[in-house]
Design a protein around this ligand. Structure first.
Ligand SMILES: Nc1ncnc2c1ncn2[C@@H]1O[C@H](COP(=O)(O)OP(=O)(O)OP(=O)(O)O)[C@@H](O)[C@H]1O
Ligand SMILES: [Mg+2]
Length: 248
């Protein structure tokens, strides 16, 4: 087995009102999509935030290529190549699409490098070229999401963290969005994804993780998690009756 890119070890974290994560252990392998599913309030977003430094664990370690992220600032974590696309829309609405995308490379001082990256991003994301001079606020929600993906790739991150990127997208845009996640994966990024469209996400994901009440309940390939009868019943729209009598 290859060495993990990120390893969560006994991660305990919360917001002051008690622990939300109650000892989380799992590893994100390099390359591919790792998809976390679980009921509302199980701690999925909190878990992602511990990896990007927005929530600091009370106990445990998060090792990124062997280096402990716990205690680092979000900026230092970004510099290591871990970038999170936030759940809510985060573009500067009054700035143009291109200006927003360029901002993604704010850690890179060499203008030539920024220009080269922008050229590649324009090829990957036609909207960045087509709507370059339009204000970001004039784009639809789905288009803004794609520009947010484009912006995060300007840092050439090793790990891309996505929290419910399909939130609020219509079915057609949803398809484009999932296609874009595949494209980022195929471009060599490792993706850590939380997705409410769990069925669709697990089909695409190399690996699945089920989080329940702040602990990892199950890990496996995306399809193993998808076809686990109990998980299907609990989180993917089946019924518990079906889980108990899968063939009936
Ligand atoms: N900023 C915060 N301050 C206090 N409590 C919070 C905060 N953010 C989340 N919580 C609480 O932590 C628990 C886990 O929330 P979290 O957002 O991690 O769950 P989730 O699995 O992402 O849920 P959802 O599927 O609804 O997005 C919930 O009980 C929530 O109310
Ligand atoms: Mg959440």
């Amino acid at each position: 087995m290859s060495e993990a890119l990120v390893t969560f070890k006994g991660v305990v974290a919360g917001y002051g009102g008690g622990d939300v994560l109650k000892g989380v252990d799992f590893a994100v392998q390099p390359g591919g999509v790792t998809c976390i599913v679980g009921p509302n309030g199980s701690g999925k977003s909190t878990l992602l935030k511990t990896a990007s430094g927005l929530v600091r664990p009370r106990l445990g370690e998060i090792l990124f290529k062997g280096q402990n992220l716990v205690g680092m600032t979000p900026r230092d974590i970004l510099k290591l190549g871990i970038v999170q696309v936030p759940q809510n829309h985060s573009l500067f609405r009054e700035m143009t699409v291109e200006q927003n995308v360029e901002l993604g490379a704010f850690l890179e001082r060499d203008r030539r490098v920024v220009a080269e990256r922008l050229a590649r991003i324009r090829e990957m994301f036609p909207i960045v070229a087509d709507r370059a001079q339009d204000k970001a606020g004039s784009l639809s929600g789905g288009q803004q999401r794609l520009v947010e993906f484009a912006r995060c790739l300007m840092l050439e991150p090793e790990l891309v963290i996505l929290d419910e990127p399909s939130m609020g997208l219509d079915p057609k845009t949803l398809k484009v969005m999932f296609g874009t996640i595949r494209m980022m994966r195929d471009a060599g990024r490792t993706i850590l994804l939380v997705e409410q469209n769990a069925r669709q996400a697990l089909k695409m994901a190399e690996r699945g993780v089920v989080l329940e009440n702040g602990q990892v309940r199950l890990t496996g390939s995306g399809l193993e998690v998808l076809h686990n009868p109990e998980i299907g019943a609990l989180y993917l729209g089946g019924s518990l009756e079906e889980a108990r009598h899968p063939q009936s």
